[in-house]
Design a protein around this ligand. Structure first.
Ligand SMILES: *Cc1c(COP(=O)(O)O)cnc(C)c1O
Length: 380
C-alpha cells in the first residue's frame, strides 16, 4: 500500500473524479495530529502509541511529528520498523511472552521497558536483560466490564500473583512498574478507576513503590452513536484516582492508546458490487479485509452512502444484510445494517473511524485485499 502524491479535499472529492473499484482508506493527517495533541495535552502523563493498531509509515510519522516519542511494540518487526523510522524513539516491549531470540534482538535495539505476566517469562528477562535502569512492568487483570472486547483472557495475571511478581522485579534490581489493559473501545472511565485502585493494592501488598503505572490502551474512538466518546473525562478520572489512591507515592503515568489515537483519522470507502435481487448488499471489502473487527466489535456504526459520482444518497433507510466479497459465509457484517433504500450497484459505502485494526489485519483471502490509501484534508 502506498500513499498517492495528490492530496484531495475529501472522500467525496476523490470519488467524484476517480474510479474507486478497490477499497480506499482515506487518511486525514490533520485529524490524526489533532487527536495526538489532544492526548498529549490532556493525559496526565506520558503518551505512547500502540503500533499494532496502525503500522503504516505515514501514520507513525504523523504521530511522531505531533509530539509522541514512545511506542508500544509487540514484535521484532515492529521494533525494527520504529527504529528505522525514528532512531531515537523510546520502545516499550509490551508483549508479555517472547522467545529468547526476540529478547536478544530487542536488547540490541535498546528497549527501555518490558512487561511480564508470568514467573517463567520473568526468569527469561532476569537471565538476559541487565537490570540497572531497565523497567519491568507486571501486567495484571481484573474481571471487570466496560470495554467492547476484553483482552484479559490471554494476558495479565491475577492481582494476588501480581504481588509476588512485582516483589521479584524489585528484588532483581529492575525499575518496578505495573500495567494493565482495560479492553479495547472502553467507554466507561470507572473501569480505569477500578484498575488503578487494584494497582495501589498490589504495590502496597508487595511493599514496592512503583515508578510508573501504565494504564494501557482501550481509549475509545467514535465507532458508533451520535456523540464522540469523552476522552477528557477518562483522562480526568485517571489523574484523580491515581492521586487519591497512591497519595505521596503516586507513580508517573503512561498510556499506550492504539484505537483512541488513530481511529478517527481514516475512513474506508467500499464499493457496492451488487444489490442481489434488491435485497442483499455485496461490498468489495469485508471481514477478511479492512472490516476484520466487525465480527468481534459489531459493525461500525457511522456510515454514509454516496453514488458513483460521490453524491450523498438520502433515500429512506431500509435494513439490509451486508456481505463482503469472499466466498466464505462468515464474510458478512453482523446484524442488519440500515442503508438508504435507493442504494445501487456502483455506489460507495463509507465507514468512518476506521483507522485502527484495518490496514494491519487486511488479508489476501480469495484474491481480494487490494487496499489503496489516499490522503485527504478532511474526512467530512
Ligand atoms: C493492543 C494493545 C494496546 C492498544 O489497544 P487499543 O484498544 O487499540 O487502545 C495497548 N497496549 C497493549 C499491551 C496492547 O496489546
Amino acid at each position: 500500500m502506498g500513499l498517492g502524491k495528490t492530496i484531495w479535499a475529501s472522500p467525496a472529492d476523490y470519488l467524484r473524479r476517480m474510479a474507486a473499484d478497490t477499497p480506499v482508506l482515506f487518511f486525514a493527517p490533520a485529524i490524526l495530529q489533532d487527536t495526538v495533541r489532544r492526548f498529549v495535552r490532556g493525559f496526565p502523563g506520558l503518551v505512547t502509541f500502540a503500533v499494532k493498531a496502525n503500522p503504516e509509515e505515514q501514520v507513525i510519522e504523523n504521530i511522531a511529528a505531533a509530539g509522541v516519542g514512545g511506542f508500544d511494540v509487540a514484535s521484532v518487526p515492529e521494533i525494527r520498523l520504529i527504529r528505522r523510522l525514528l532512531p531515537d524513539a523510546v520502545l516499550h516491549y509490551n508483549n508479555p511472552v517472547r522467545s529468547r531470540a526476540e529478547i536478544a534482538e530487542a536488547l540490541g535495539h535498546g528497549v527501555a521497558s518490558w512487561s511480564v505476566d508470568s514467573a517463567s517469562e520473568l526468569d527469561k528477562l532476569i537471565a538476559a536483560v541487565p537490570a540497572a535502569g531497565t523497567e519491568i512492568a507486571v501486567r495484571f487483570k481484573l474481571p471487570v466490564a466496560g470495554a467492547v472486547y476484553d483482552f484479559g483472557t490471554k494476558f495479565g495475571v491475577e492481582a494476588e500473583a501480581a504481588v509476588a511478581l512485582l516483589h521479584r522485579v524489585a528484588e532483581a534490581g529492575f525499575v518496578p512498574a505495573l500495567t494493565f489493559h482495560p479492553g479495547t473501545q472502553c467507554t466507561d472511565p470507572a473501569t480505569w478507576a477500578t484498575y488503578i485502585q487494584k494497582a495501589a493494592w498490589i504495590a502496597d501488598r508487595a511493599g514496592v513503590r512503583i515508578a510508573r503505572l501504565n494504564v494501557g490502551g482501550g481509549f475509545p474512538s467514535h465507532r458508533v452513536g451520535a456523540d464522540a466518546p469523552a476522552l477528557e473525562a477518562i483522562f480526568a478520572v485517571i489523574g484523580a484516582e491515581t492521586a487519591q489512591v497512591f497519595g505521596d507515592d503516586a507513580p508517573l503515568l503512561v498510556c499506550e492508546p492504539g484505537r483512541g489515537l488513530v481511529g478517527e483519522a481514516l475512513s474506508l470507502a467500499t464499493q457496492v458490487r451488487a444489490v442481489r435481487d434488491g435485497d442483499h448488499v455485496f461490498l468489495n471489502d469485508g471481514v477478511y479485509g479492512a472490516l476484520a473487527e466487525a465480527p468481534l466489535l459489531g459493525a461500525p456504526g457511522r456510515l454514509e452512502l454516496r453514488d458513483a459520482q460521490g453524491v450523498l444518497r438520502r433515500g429512506e433507510a431500509r435494513a439490509r444484510v451486508v456481505f463482503g466479497p469472499t466466498c466464505d459465509s462468515v464474510d458478512r457484517l453482523p446484524g442488519l445494517i440500515d442503508l438508504p433504500g435507493d442504494i445501487a450497484e456502483g455506489d460507495h459505502l463509507i465507514f468512518h473511524s476506521m483507522g485502527a485494526y484495518s490496514t494491519a489485519t487486511n488479508t489476501r483471502f480469495n484474491g481480494f485485499g487490494d487496499l489503496r490509501m489516499v490522503t485527504v484534508l478532511d474526512l467530512a
